[in-house]
Design a protein around this ligand. Structure first.
Ligand code: COA
Length: 157
């Protein structure tokens, strides 16, 4: 999967080839002023889990002082748009602890749906815990964006 990188020294556009398990970690920041950078309030990770099948996994964390204001939802939508529009993902998913309501809500709000609950898939703090898999497909994402009026009909095809 070719991926644009900063221009080469000769000014020509460059490309690198993405591989399995390549990842990018993006900062979620509040807008800064003209003279100062934005305040980083969290990060979102994008993992390319399969190049051939275009499967992308997401992870996220937001500073507790900045939770409950919709910032994570806005950031999650932005990384999903990045995954579908820039990496051409076919399916984007997140694996979360189903007991963590905020994580589950963050999956559902931008349009992911529950695909599976893996029973005792992880050990959390010394105890077996389940893992919930939430996902959204490219066509589902496009339909949601269209419904929200964020994409013109001819752009989504
Ligand atoms: C998962 C996590 C990022 C969610 O953060 P969050 O602050 O709950 O999510 P949001 O920023 O989208 O805020 C949602 C809340 O803001 C409210 N809100 C206000 N304005 C909003 C807006 N414009 N859009 C969406 N929600 C808005 C929502 O109603 C919701 O309130 P509620 O919690 O009372 O229901 C956070 O809980 C976290 O960092 N957890 C630890 C890490 C983790 O578990 N990661 C998951 C494993 S990958």
């Amino acid at each position: 999967m070719p991926w644009p990188i900063p221009p080469l020294p000769n000014g020509r556009p460059g490309f690198t080839r993405l591989q399995h398990d390549d990842a990018v970690v993006l900062a979620a920041a509040l807008p800064g002023g003209a003279a100062e950078p934005g305040w980083v309030i969290g990060d979102l990770s994008v993992f390319l889990k399969s190049v051939q099948s275009r499967q992308v996994a997401l992870g996220w964390v937001v500073d507790p002082d900045f939770q409950g204001r919709g910032y994570a939802t806005e950031a999650a939508r932005a990384v999903m748009r990045f995954a579908f529009d820039e990496i051409c993902a076919h399916r984007v998913y997140a694996q979360v602890d189903p007991r963590k309501a905020a994580s589950v809500a963050l999956c559902l709000r931008p349009g992911m749906r529950l695909e599976a609950t893996l029973i005792e898939r992880e050990i959390f703090k010394g105890e077996w815990g389940d893992l919930a898999v939430y996902a959204v497909l490219e066509r589902e994402w496009a339909a949601t964006e269209r419904a929200l009026g964020l994409v013109q009909p001819d752009q989504a095809d």
